[in-house]
Write a new protein. Structure first.
Length: 312
């Protein structure tokens, strides 16, 4: 960048200064929501962008990166950045949206659990078909729920599960007081009724719940995934659900988007939602406040929060 002025910022939403207070003097703010081929800016203007907040849940926006040679930092609004991180040039700091989706993802996970445990999909089908066919249900009270990936979202989900009188088993990468290590999964899974995956995707989590782990679950157990699709072995899960031994409630899948004819869509006991867990009504206001605070830090030359270690 040959211009010596402070770098510009590129945001996904307009008018944040109207709702959250004026921007710092001299800061130039551009807006692109991720639609179209790119921002309606000249290359000279793009050269000046030093901080980019990537539009949320808009595929393909990473294609803009080669046109932003002056980037210093990128802000993702997702907690998971496994697709974005490899595409960033060396020297560009990456920050994720950790904490923005805690409430919405926990709510959605609880909704999936309750829908599956109370057999709501079947009741919807019966309603449409005019059937009245009561049957017994497992419910959630007194169920033993393993939270695999006990971080901020796991904690938020735990509070909701405890309110439903479930028992929670906490599992994280490393053991700590009250939390089991992921290495203990083989011993823990036979004793749980529900397992919820809330883990990011990385080399150690791809296929984390595979054929061996699923086989360890008791008959009738429920598998829930609100983390990343590749952490659960789809082929192994289909074998278990096709046999009627396990059930599943998935907000993330592998592949994704899930093809219209994919067997997960029709496998017995499987409920699928299209990766919408993080986008509840609480997300946008929280994300706006977070972005405004990050922009002010960037303009002031202060450290940004939620830095994601590159190469991890």
């Amino acid at each position: 960048m040959t211009d010596t002025a402070a770098p510009d910022v590129l945001l996904p939403w307009p008018d944040l200064d109207l709702s959250h207070g004026s921007w710092p003097a001299g800061l130039r703010v551009h807006v692109w929501d991720g639609n179209g081929a790119g921002p309606e800016l000249s290359q000279r203007e793009l050269d000046r962008v030093g901080f980019w907040v990537v539009p949320y849940a808009t595929p393909g926006t990473e294609a803009l990166l080669p046109r932003l040679p002056g980037l210093r930092a990128v802000q993702s609004l997702s907690a998971g950045v496994e697709k974005l991180e490899p595409r960033l040039p060396a020297g560009v700091a990456l920050h994720n949206g950790r904490g923005l989706h805690n409430a919405s993802t926990a709510e959605h996970a609880l909704g999936l659990v309750l829908a599956a445990q109370r057999d709501l999909p079947q009741w919807v089908e019966d309603q449409r078909a005019g059937r009245w066919a009561p049957h017994s249900l497992p419910g959630l009270a007194d169920a033993r729920v393993a939270l695999v990936g006990y971080g901020a979202i796991g904690e938020a989900l735990e509070r909701r599960l405890l309110a439903c009188e479930a028992e929670v088993v906490r599992i994280a990468r490393r053991a700590r007081p009250g939390v089991h290590a992921i290495d203990e999964l083989p011993e823990l899974l036979p004793e749980v009724d529900i397992v919820v995956l809330v883990v990011p995707e990385n080399a150690s989590t791809v296929g984390l719940l595979g054929e061996r782990e699923l086989a360890a679950l008791p008959d009738g157990a429920l598998v829930v995934n609100v983390g990343r699709g590749r952490t659960l072995d789809t082929k192994a899960l289909l074998a278990e659900t096709a046999a009627g031994r396990l059930r599943a409630a998935l907000d993330v899948t592998e592949p994704e988007p899930l093809p219209a004819d994919h067997p997960l869509r029709t496998s017995p006991g499987v409920l699928v939602t299209p990766h919408v867990g993080g986008g509840g009504a609480s997300f946008r206001p929280r994300a706006e406040r977070f972005v405004v605070a990050q922009v002010r830090r960037f303009a002031a030359g202060e450290p940004l929060v939620n830095e994601f270690p590159r190469g991890s």
